[in-house]
Design a protein around this ligand. Sequence first.
Ligand code: SAH
Ligand code: SF4
Ligand code: F3S
Length: 445
Amino acid sequence: MSSDTTPRTFHVKSFGCQMNVYDGERMAELLAAQGMTAVDEREAADLVVLNTCHIREKATEKVYSDIGRLRREDGSNPLIAVAGCVAQAEGEEIMTRAPQVRVVVGPQAYHRLPDMVAAAASGTRETETDMPAEAKFAALPQRRKSGPSAFLTIQEGCDKFCTYCVVPYTRGAEISRPYADLVEEARLLVEGGAREITLLGQNVNAWHGEDDKGRTIGLAGLAAELARLPDLARIRYTTSHPADMDDALIEAHGTNDKLMPFLHLPVQSGNDRVLKAMNRSHSAESYLKIIERVRAARPDIALSGDFIVGFPGETEAEFADTLALIDATRYAQAFSFKYSPRPGTPAATMDDQIAAEIMDDRLKRLQTAITRDQLAFNRASVGKRCQVLIERRGRQPGQWLGKSPWLQSVHFTDEAAIGDLVEVELIEAGPNSIAGRRIDSTPGA
Ligand code: SAH
Ligand code: SF4
Ligand code: F3S
């Protein structure tokens, strides 16, 4: 391999879920450990890693248009590596359709990225989409630096096989990372500057392991152990499945002070026939029961969810059940999507695919209901005092942006610094953010 072609600079661009963001950070750490330098501008990068998402059709199309846009003015391309879930699902197709792509690496194989890049730099094309999930984590470098809010993947893969979803195929079977590794990675993140850790998994609340005394524990037990890290102030987790919402985790929301009052618990639909066709294991009623119990444990908890409108066969009356579930739950925020048929999933070939206009209309009505509840939740927060973890500067001079315990974006103007946890009174609410006033400023500041 000639050293001239070996990339010296790289840029990693992540699409999709928070786990992809985590994976993107780990890939950047791997490349930096090889002596390469991260650059913000992809035009300046010798190597561009597109860390892709396959969850909906648009996500995949975006990858191909991005590959096209990487061509430089002189007609050359950087060394392009496609990673993530599209790489896993469509690796061969990418290699055929996009000859400028030199590396295709799946989500469970990216620890091999540096070797593959080195080989590709000498002219080969490299594909690796094997799925030995645990090997990856062991092969990653130690974590050294972190922003105030860090991600930590504790569980990966999914065995639930919802009929619309590609994740079980792109991320593979469910695995839980070992307890000791997670405690150590969390410790290093905190040492590197993290004040908040969000534990990640496709079914994060299915995490289980053995603690240092050999006891079998679940997510609540892991969160209890992490809460003992003195400089860690906040613990969050996402995404949970209703079927794995166990008693201990619900109870932890009332007892673990560092566990933030926020729960993202996707329901997808409020109609039992649709839920069954989706192969979700819960009903609307069993979901609402969980919500009731979580609220009993932590009355101020902010709830979030995911919704799919226009699943094959969804009638107007069935959609109305989803709106009714939203009314009953009063979400603090939620994500909603039009059903997108994914190749290879059972729902893609179901009868009665729903017309685009109907989906548009349902999505609009659903989002109107969510925005209404989100604004109501934010307005009800006005007058509260809470801690805000500062994540970055705002657009106005002297302005800071951070998150409340309920994951609301809060902005205020005062003296502060990134990573500070400051006491703020919430004074004015919009649907997407809240204005606050710092109340613990040093005198005269
Ligand atoms: N593991 C998580 C997240 C899965 S993907 C979970 O189980 O909740 C995030 C969201 O994307 C899902 O909750 C679902 O609402 C949406 N989604 C998944 N597949 C989809 C599809 N084919 N069409 C539209 N939305 C989809
Ligand atoms: Fe997809 Fe369902 Fe698994 Fe979530 S639980 S990742 S929606 S298959
Ligand atoms: Fe997308 Fe894969 Fe995450 S499909 S949502 S990047 S698990």
